[in-house]
Design a protein around this ligand. Structure first.
Ligand SMILES: Cc1cc2nc3c(=O)[nH]c(=O)nc-3n(C[C@H](O)[C@H](O)[C@H](O)COP(=O)(O)OP(=O)(O)OC[C@H]3O[C@@H](n4cnc5c(N)ncnc54)[C@H](O)[C@@H]3O)c2cc1C
Length: 399
């Protein structure tokens, strides 16, 4: 199962936070083993998902090009969308601008991320905006500019961290828009009391109307319907609650969980197809303390680990299980405020928080660090330090 040069063909699907890290690191570290790495992504622009709320409010961001980020790594970039995986033949069908190509692999890394589950709310697929790509976020930016002079209303569905970042960013940058945040629980329910108090003050200061304990059951062209029948007039609805992974792996017969994420063993290889590794939001990963939920904070470590695991396998070495613990929940509250909730490895809140200017700087460091990390990885791919949490993560993982 090698290419004509005798090297192993490593195919990475998805050039988001995890796929980029995995491709660059495995290319750097498998040179002596003759690893040939190909990275597939629908766009040549690197999407900074962490900054979707900034795009949605019309901010201009740096335009990071994937071929430029890969320059000097030896990674082949294919601009296209993976449309089918054949695990028996070890091939992936990719739709590109120039037609369909078939890419063979010896090792597949599944890093296609997750998207908002618009199927969960009737009407959302047709009438709600999502943060599933820069194009989609850009469309919301246009809509906000249209509705602001008319005093329009936007409804943000979901009081998790993405919903909070979106609502505060919109309210700060579009003071003429009425912002309603609909949340099943209190917004930021996963944070500690001190962080939530700061958050509540920010929501109030920005004039955001919070509908806590409410559930959106339908999205209409000009309103959202709450459980119980109440209609909230809405000129734009942003859905941030609930994610799922495209059915690429499921359609290929690879074992997935209820959200379409590949179920992996302790070394992040598919339990049904061990030549398939899964990382980031597209992987269902279990640790001793519970399940990892999709974040960049965990995605990049899964990718760096997988790159190293592949190199170890190529060298015929034993692979130690993946271990990870969270360290923080960083949340921007517009451009001038933020709150950082420091956490235990299982993501439950510690006592410590950071707010105000220091938190803004901290959050910007978090959002801006992936691209410099890739540039660094091109030159240095030695032992990485990433958030590993405390004692509880040192026990062996249970797949
Ligand atoms: C507004 C917002 C703020 C966030 N803030 C934080 C934060 O502060 N900290 C944090 O840790 N996390 C944060 N997150 C979550 C974080 O962005 C995700 O967990 C992270 O992007 C997951 O990385 P990934 O590589 O798995 O997926 P992604 O970064 O989503 O990348 C997936 C890539 O795969 C590509 N792809 C999809 N389908 C295919 C296909 N069929 N073929 C080929 N390629 C494909 C996509 O185009 C994309 O480039 C935030 C998310 C949002 C939306």
């Amino acid at each position: 199962m090698t290419d004509t040069t005798g090297g192993r063909r490593i195919l990475v699907l998805g050039a988001g936070y995890s796929g980029m890290m995995c491709a660059i690191r495995v290319a750097r570290r498998s040179r002596r083993q003759g690893g040939r790495v190909t990275l597939v992504n629908p766009s040549a622009r690197f999407t900074e998902r962490l900054r979707m709320h900034q795009i949605a409010t019309g901010q201009r961001l740096a335009d990071h090009r994937i071929p430029e980020l890969l320059d000097g790594t030896g990674v082949d970039f294919v601009e296209g969308r993976a449309a089918g995986v054949d695990p028996e033949r070890r091939e992936v069908r990719v739709e590109t601008g120039a037609g369909t190509v078939t890419l063979p692999y010896d090792i597949l890394v599944y890093a296609i991320g997750a998207a908002t589950d618009t199927r969960a709310v009737p009407g959302a697929a047709s009438h709600a905006y999502t943060f599933d790509g820069a194009g989609e976020a850009g469309r919301l930016a246009k809509r906000l500019a249209e509705i602001e002079p008319l005093g329009g209303a936007v409804t943000v569905c979901g009081g998790g961290l993405t919903g909070i970042e979106a609502a505060t960013e919109i309210a700060e940058s579009h003071p003429g828009v009425r912002v309603v945040l609909v949340s099943r629980d209190v917004p930021g329910a996963m944070m500690g009391d001190r962080a939530r108090r700061h958050l509540d003050r920010a929501l109030e200061r920005l004039g955001i109307e919070v509908r806590a304990g409410a559930e959106v059951v339908k999205v209409l062209p000009d309103a959202v319907e709450l459980a119980g029948g109440e209609l909230l007039h809405s000129d734009a609805c942003l859905l941030t609650a609930g994610v799922r992974v495209a059915p690429l792996a499921a359609d290929a017969g690879i074992t997935v969980d209820e959200r379409g994420r590949i179920v992996v063993d302790g070394t992040l290889r598919s339990v049904s197809h061990p030549q398939v590794h899964a990382v980031g939001d597209a992987a269902a990963i279990r640790q001793t303390w519970g399940n990892i939920h999709g974040t960049c904070q965990s995605g990049i470590p899964t990718a760096a680990y997988t790159a190293d695991a592949i190199v170890a396998l190529l060298r015929g070495r034993r692979v130690k299980p993946f271990r990870f613990g969270y360290v923080h929940q960083p949340v921007s509250l517009g451009r001038r405020d933020a709150v950082i909730q420091f956490t235990h490895p299982d993501d439950t809140p510690r006592r410590w928080i950071l707010t105000g200017r220091a938190a803004v700087v901290y959050k910007e460091f978090v959002s801006g660090s992936p691209v410099p990390t890739y540039r660094l990885t091109k030159r240095y791919a030695g032992a990485l330090v990433w958030p590993r949490g405390g004692r509880r993560t040192r026990r062996p993982v249970t797949p």
